[in-house]
Design a protein around this ligand. Structure first.
Ligand code: DGY
Length: 418
């Protein structure tokens, strides 16, 4: 255990660029939003001040409308595509123009609760509180124009689950006409069989070009995007962050933020119910442009357990995960191994990701599903023992996939072992 902790700390230090952390050298040479926030949870185990700096740096690049971008391009690096010129968001320090799962409300509350230096934690959390709240408000203003209680992502990259099977049909409707020629860099750093396909990249870039042509104006992008998907996993993260921010705001004497955050969370939990599928025993995504649920049993519908869903829903999710464990040697596969599209090596079409394991385990633990939680944690650590700190892993063979020396994987190991 001691050796693993030391190795995990070493991965974090290796990827530390002083005020922010790269997910891994080469493949991802900048600051990524949710990578960074989850990595802060790792730093908090051995350097609380550094952990707070990680989140402060991210929020220093928040947009005036409240959005927190998914990439901050702190330094030039030609080894990544699409770089700042493709995004052209016009920021002094360039950023991308879309967002990522909002884990900050959850992480900041956790860092305050566990802090050894309470004064530092209170001071940093107090400064972050209105910023995180502005991000949450931005979500409900710009990504839920009809006030359904749930927000849509308008680009697969926002979900973090870039090439999930969930998006296949919606992404197929995204055109490719007018996509400027490009050279991918990701497949020079990682095995192409572990990454999204060219056809997916063309559509990712079409969406970026389209949003760029609208001047990154978030009052227009949601309705203009042909890709609008309500992901239960993404929404669960937002709901959980709102609920945690409400608690924190209460502690810090900010009743107005507490009340609004609690309202967001309550409405979200109620609205999630519309995404439940009895047939699958889990939540499903909703395609907002067709109004239909997406019949795709992915981890997005299991990650919903990260929010305070009804106890019987959490119990059903635990049963579903136990069942997936019959086909997968290592939990939790990002897609059901019995589905024809399942691919044990290709990014979010099957592989196990420790950050998702962590969030599911946290939610199921609160819901009292301890046996499932124990297996998820044991499998996560078994993957580390077999294959090191990879970006993701085959749930069948434990083959390490994507990038190596991966920051958030190491951070999750520190969380599991703490
Ligand atoms: C990538 O480049 O693969 C990222 O996931 C996009 O943010």
């Amino acid at each position: 255990k001691h050796a693993l902790i030391a190795q995990a700390e070493q991965v974090l230090r290796r990827n530390d660029r002083g005020t922010y952390t790269v997910p891994t050298h080469g493949l991802y040479p900048f600051q990524w939003n949710w990578d960074s926030v989850l990595s802060a949870l790792g730093f908090a185990h051995f350097d609380e001040a550094r952990a707070w700096t990680e989140i402060d740096t991210l929020f220093a690049h928040q947009w005036e409308d409240g959005m927190v971008p998914h990439i901050i391009f702190h330094e030039r690096d030609e080894g990544y595509f699409p770089g700042p010129d493709v995004w052209s968001t016009g920021r002094a320090v360039p950023t991308s123009g879309i967002t990522q799962p909002p884990v900050a409300g959850f992480a900041v509350r956790r860092m305050v609760d566990n802090a050894k230096d309470k004064d530092l934690a209170t001071q940093r959390a107090r400064a972050l509180l209105p910023r995180i709240h502005a991000w949450h408000r931005w979500f409900f203003n710009s990504r839920d124009p009809e006030a359904s209680g749930l927000v849509a992502i308008i680009h697969p990259w926002e979900s973090g689950r870039d090439n999930s099977i969930d998006w296949d049909a919606a992404l197929a409707r995204v055109p490719t006409e007018g996509v400027e020629p490009f050279t991918r860099r990701d497949i020079q750093h990682a095995n192409p069989a572990h990454r999204p396909t060219h056809a997916q990249y063309e559509r990712y870039i079409w969406l970026v070009q389209t949003f760029r042509s609208l001047g990154w104006d978030n009052t227009k992008l949601h309705d203009a995007s042909p890709f609008r998907v309500v992901d239960p996993g993404f929404n669960a993260i937002l709901i959980r962050s709102c609920a945690d921010l409400a608690e924190l705001a209460e502690q810090l004497g900010e009743p107005e933020i507490a009340k609004q955050s609690r309202d967001f969370a309550t409405r979200g939990i109620a609205a999630l119910e519309k995404l439940w599928s009895d047939a699958h025993g889990q939540y499903l995504c909703l395609d907002r442009s067709t109004g239909e649920l997406i019949d795709s049993p992915s981890i997005g519908g299991l990650l919903a357990a990260f929010a305070a869903v009804p106890t019987e829903r959490a119990a059903a999710i635990a049963r579903r995960i136990d069942k997936l464990g019959d086909a997968a040697k290592f939990l939790v596969p990002s897609h059901d191994p019995s589905a024809p599209e399942f691919d044990d090596l290709r990014y979010w079409r099957g592989p196990v990701w420790l950050i998702v394991n962590y969030m599911i385990a946290d939610g199921l633990s609160t819901a009292g599903q301890h046996a499932t939680v124990e297996r998820i944690i044991a499998d996560s650590l078994a993957l580390i023992h077999e294959s090191g700190f990879a970006e993701y892993y085959s749930p069948i063979t434990a083959e390490p996939c994507g990038g190596a020396h991966f920051t958030w994987t190491a951070a999750m190991v520190l969380e599991f072992l703490a």
